[in-house]
Ligand binder design. Structure first.
Ligand code: ZN
Ligand code: ZN
Length: 140
C-alpha cells in the first residue's frame, strides 16, 4: 500500500450502512457540478477505491439513484446520508469524505467542474481548479 492509500471505515448518520475500504486515496476531490450540489446540498467532497476493495454492511439499506447514464449515487434509505458514487464503466466507488470515520487522514486536493459551481460561494483555498474533470480552468 503506497503512502497515498489507506484503509478507512465509515458509514451513514443513522448507522444502518457501514463500510470498510482498503487502498482508499487520501486525496479528496471536491466536485462543484450542479448534480453533486443538488444531491448533496452543497458541493461533493469525495475520495474512492476499487469497488472490489470496499465491503458494505447493510447494503440493503443503500438506495442507488442513477443520476446520469454514466453513474449511480448511493445513499442511506433511512437517513438519506450520501455515501457513494459509482461509475458504470469502472471498478471504482467514490466515497463521500464526510462519511469517513475521523481521524480521516484525508485532505482536499483539487476542485473539479468549477465551471458549473454555485453562484453563492467562492473557492479560496488556492488548490488546483479544473473545468470538467481535468481541463485547466484558469490561472488566478
Ligand atoms: Zn443511515
Ligand atoms: Zn459533480
Amino acid at each position: 500500500m503506497s503512502d497515498d492509500l489507506q484503509q478507512v471505515g465509515g458509514g451513514c448518520y443513522c448507522g444502518r450502512v457501514r463500510y470498510r475500504a482498503n487502498d482508499v486515496s487520501r486525496q479528496v476531490t471536491e466536485c462543484h457540478c450542479s448534480q453533486c450540489r443538488k444531491q448533496a446540498g452543497h458541493r461533493y467532497a469525495g475520495t474512492g477505491a476499487k469497488a472490489s476493495d470496499i465491503g458494505i454492511e447493510g447494503v440493503t439499506n443503500v438506495t442507488w439513484y442513477r443520476s446520469s447514464p454514466d453513474a449511480e449515487r448511493g445513499f442511506c434509505s433511512t437517513c438519506g446520508s450520501h455515501l457513494f458514487w459509482k461509475p458504470s464503466d469502472k471498478d471504482y466507488i467514490g466515497i463521500l469524505a464526510a462519511s469517513v470515520d475521523e481521524p480521516s487522514g484525508l485532505r482536499i486536493a483539487k476542485h473539479i467542474f468549477v465551471d458549473d459551481k454555485g453562484d453563492y460561494y467562492e473557492i479560496t483555498d488556492g488548490l488546483p481548479q479544473y473545468a470538467g474533470y481535468d481541463r485547466p480552468l484558469k490561472s488566478e
